[in-house]
Design a protein. Structure first.
Length: 259
């Protein structure tokens, strides 16, 4: 990865120039959340950042600094509030944070922005933050924000049959894919030094899975934080996932920004 694509490695005149050249800016909204005994709590920030860097290289874009924090972990998407290590914000904070950041991108001249979100819980709050910033900005010629919160779906669209290849015949669906085959494989490929390979373990879906109970019962999540068969993960699967998701997002960027 050339540091020429990373906002945090650039000087202000370089950033000013990139905005003036109307480069595409990729902004990741992350999360701090448990991902089983084998993956770090940074997965939902690190994986989309790794993909953002690959996308930026392909379309000569810039990767904005990521927000490490996101909306709080929910039982059915990431295990919920009982895991040490999961840290989250209330929805209004996520909305305000995203809105403040997008408003400054617009103010500083960025007109082609991709907002990439890996953490399911963030979705409506990130949408609202973007929408609020755009409404406040008014009519800005050339301004377009593409919000991507289903990068895995775009990956599967880019490589039809990928999910079948990776998951096999007994895959219950994306609802159980937390710290399991997809995320473990992708982390293994992108950040092998951060995966505790000897600790990769299978888990079970949360219960209940089809509705919420508040307060969240302490024993509703799988004890190890893994929702399904992480032992089927591999580095090779991860490389296919990263390539497919990158292709999917690049295709969207080309279509929406006319690259
Ligand atoms: Zn995750
Ligand atoms: Mn998550």
């Amino acid at each position: 990865m050339s540091t020429a694509n990373l906002w945090m490695d650039l000087t202000w005149p370089e950033i000013q120039q990139a905005a003036a050249e109307n480069k595409v800016l990729v902004f990741v909204v992350g999360a701090v959340e448990q991902h089983g005994p084998h993956l770090p709590t940074s997965v939902d920030a690190l994986l989309p950042m790794a993909i953002a860097e690959r996308v930026a290289e392909r379309i000569d874009g810039i990767v904005a600094p990521c927000t490490n924090y996101g909306y709080k972990s929910l039982l059915r998407a990431g295990g919920g509030p009982h895991f040490p290590g999961s840290l989250g914000l209330r929805g209004s904070t996520v909305m305000a944070m995203v809105s403040d950041i997008i408003a400054q991108f617009i103010q500083q001249g960025w007109r082609r922005i991709i907002v990439l979100d890996w953490h399911l819980e963030n979705v409506p709050f990130v949408f609202e933050g973007v929408d609020e910033a755009l409404r406040a900005a008014g009519d800005v010629p050339g301004l377009k924000v593409v919000k991507i919160d289903n990068p895995n779906g775009l990956g599967v669209a880019a490589q039809p049959g990928l999910d079948q290849d990776l998951f096999g015949d007994d895959f219950p669906g994306w609802v159980v894919e937390h710290a399991a085959i997809w995320e473990t494989s992708a982390m293994w490929a992108a950040f092998p030094e951060k995966v505790r390979i000897e600790k990769i373990v299978d888990g079970r879906p949360p219960e209940p899975l089809d509705y919420d109970v508040l307060p969240v019962p302490a024993d509703a999540a799988p004890a190890n934080g893994v929702f399904w068969k992480a032992t089927r993960a591999s580095k090779e699967k991860g490389e296919r996932i990263l390539a497919a998701v990158t292709d999917g997002i690049v295709a969207v960027a080309k279509k929406e920004f006319g690259l």
